[in-house]
Ligand binder design. Structure first.
Ligand code: DX5
Ligand code: ZN
Length: 217
């Protein structure tokens, strides 16, 4: 079973409540929230107060993707704001194991994101400390970028490293309906999509087509 996670980065932020209601009614499995600090990535987005506001408007699990330096300083605030999953970047976390343990102790699921240039082996010594892996298929910072196909092989290698562990493998960046089937075949369990879903006239239709494509014939 594949999970579809619309990324609100491509939603209309001035009408966020309605945008979220639309994808929730349209069959989204979780909501992907992109947090950027202008340091780890060039762009700046939102913080814990917005996550707390979103929490009040949806029952969907909140999958919070921290693209920030020193994420260990903020994971507590994001869990308190209602995040169900908190994902930090391996490249931003010198004490990755400690940060993951911290997220779990706070009661959320802990994730590690890997930039396109980061090898899957960055996970090798935290395999028992994580609940999800976020394979980036763009260099993070902006919605609407083109999918980098090396993500396919990265997902396969991450899956191999994980062995029998029940860990979600999510893919984020440039994901369109046409990528859904090959991504699922390579071992992805969650598809994050921003512009493909919120840029469409009918988000529910894209969510349905992505799921059908991923689940195959
Ligand atoms: C990129 C973000 C993604 C982004 C995906 O830095 O982490 O979650 O919103 O948007 P699309 O699907 O448009 O690439
Ligand atoms: Zn993201």
């Amino acid at each position: 079973m594949i999970k579809i996670a619309p990324s609100i980065l491509s939603a209309d932020f001035a009408a966020l409540g309605e945008e979220i209601a639309r994808v929730e009614a349209g069959g989204a499995d979780q909501l992907h929230v992109d947090v950027m600090d202008g340091r780890f990535v060039p762009n700046i987005t939102i913080g814990p107060v917005v996550v707390a506001a979103i929490r009040k408007r949806t029952r969907l699990p909140l999958d919070v993707h921290l693209m920030i330096v020193e994420p260990e300083r903020y994971v507590g605030d994001f869990v308190s704001a209602g995040s169900d999953m908190v994902t930090v970047h391996a490249e931003a976390s010198p004490h990755l194991q400690r940060t993951l343990a911290q997220i779990r102790e706070l009661g959320a699921r802990a994730g590690v994101a890997l930039n396109p240039g980061t090898p899957p082996e960055a996970l090798a010594w935290v395999l028992d400390d994580l609940d999800l892996v976020l394979v980036m298929s763009v260099n993070p910072g902006f919605g609407g970028q083109a999918f980098i196909p090396s993500a396919y092989e990265k997902i396969r290698r991450v899956r191999a490293l994980l062995g029998a562990r029940s860990v979600d493998v999510s893919v984020d960046g440039g994901v369109k309906v046409e990528h859904a089937r090959p991504l699922a075949e390579h071992g992805a369990t969650t598809l994050v999509a921003g512009s493909a879903i919120f840029g469409a006239g009918e988000p529910a239709d894209v969510i349905r087509r992505m799921r059908t494509a991923a689940e195959g014939p």
